[in-house]
Design a protein. Structure first.
Length: 289
């Protein structure tokens, strides 16, 4: 875990009565591109995706452990996407960040959609990874959900190794089998309350009716062999978001950001570094200097 976090600045911050562990990378003057605000998957701690922040050294990153995950203390009361999006905006303000590129994976992809809808002035572009429009989703493989519900996947490396393919699907396109073990070693189990409150946060939530109003340039990334989030969910998102494009990763499972790391980073860079569209050029940022 230490190597993945070696360049991170980690703080504990209290916002609206909730204490959250926040990690940032390279939030310094001199980097022209907007930083990336990253929302993690359910139950996942910062370290799980820290290698992505380390790899994209040309950009700033900011992310935090949800209440009851990683090293953020347990939530006292439940929360919802409206509350967490407001808290996220408060955290951005504390770090003097205005406009950001927003990215989320799986559960975090739903949070990324909600944040972009609730805070459009803070969102430049949007990247949705292995995610759905919420409750209006096409369900995944029942066998994968059974394994996903078992907390042993966080605390028992042998269980995770044995059921990795059933849980996540996909093959290791980068030919680095050790990456799976490295990923398992970076996971820290969420607390039972933290995991339950994350599930409750999205209970009944869907972005589907609001997606036609989401005008941001959007990249949807899906794994063709994802056992948790069926690829058709990405097609639904693309059909509903006006300025969306989709990229399917051949042989990719739910964790293609890990198993197809080089291909994924190349796609992210190509999308974020593309010239501004006419609509983007015409916008007036509320946070322009």
């Amino acid at each position: 875990m230490a190597d993945a976090m070696k360049d991170a600045v980690v703080t504990m911050e209290e916002v609206a009565g909730r204490t959250l562990r926040v990690a940032t990378w390279r939030l310094v003057q001199g980097i022209e591109q907007p930083p990336i605000l990253f929302f993690n998957g359910i139950g996942a701690n910062i370290e799980a995706v820290a290698p992505l922040a380390e790899t994209m050294a040309e950009r700033g990153f900011i992310m935090f452990d949800m209440p009851g995950t990683g090293e953020s203390p347990d939530p006292v009361i439940p929360y919802n996407p409206f509350i967490m999006s407001w808290i996220t905006a408060e955290i951005l303000g504390r770090h003097s960040l205005g406009e950001v590129d927003v990215m989320g994976v799986s559960w975090g992809g739903a949070m990324a959609q909600h944040f972009a809808l609730q805070h459009p002035a803070r969102t430049r572009r949007l990247i949705l990874v292995a995610t759905t429009p919420g409750m209006a989703m096409v369900p995944g493989n029942p066998a994968a959900f059974t394994k996903m519900a078992n907390p042993r996947r966080y605390i028992d490396p042998e269980f995770m190794n044995e059921h990795f393919a059933t849980l996540y699907g996909g093959a290791d396109a980068d030919g680095a089998a050790h990456q799976k073990d490295s990923h398992i070693g970076r996971l820290k189990p969420p607390s039972p309350r933290g995991y339950m409150y994350q599930l409750l946060c999205m209970l009944g939530w869907t972005s589907l009716p609001a997606l036609p109003f989401l005008k941001k340039e959007t990249l949807i990334m899906m794994g063709e062999d994802d056992q948790i989030v069926r690829p058709i969910n990405g097609q639904i998102l693309k059909a509903m978001i006006p300025n969306a494009r989709i990229q399917m990763f051949e042989g990719g499972g739910h964790l293609f950001l890990l198993t197809h790391a080089d291909e994924s980073v190349a796609a992210i860079r190509e999308f974020l570094d593309a010239p501004e569209t006419q609509a983007e050029k015409g916008r007036v940022s509320a946070f322009a200097a």
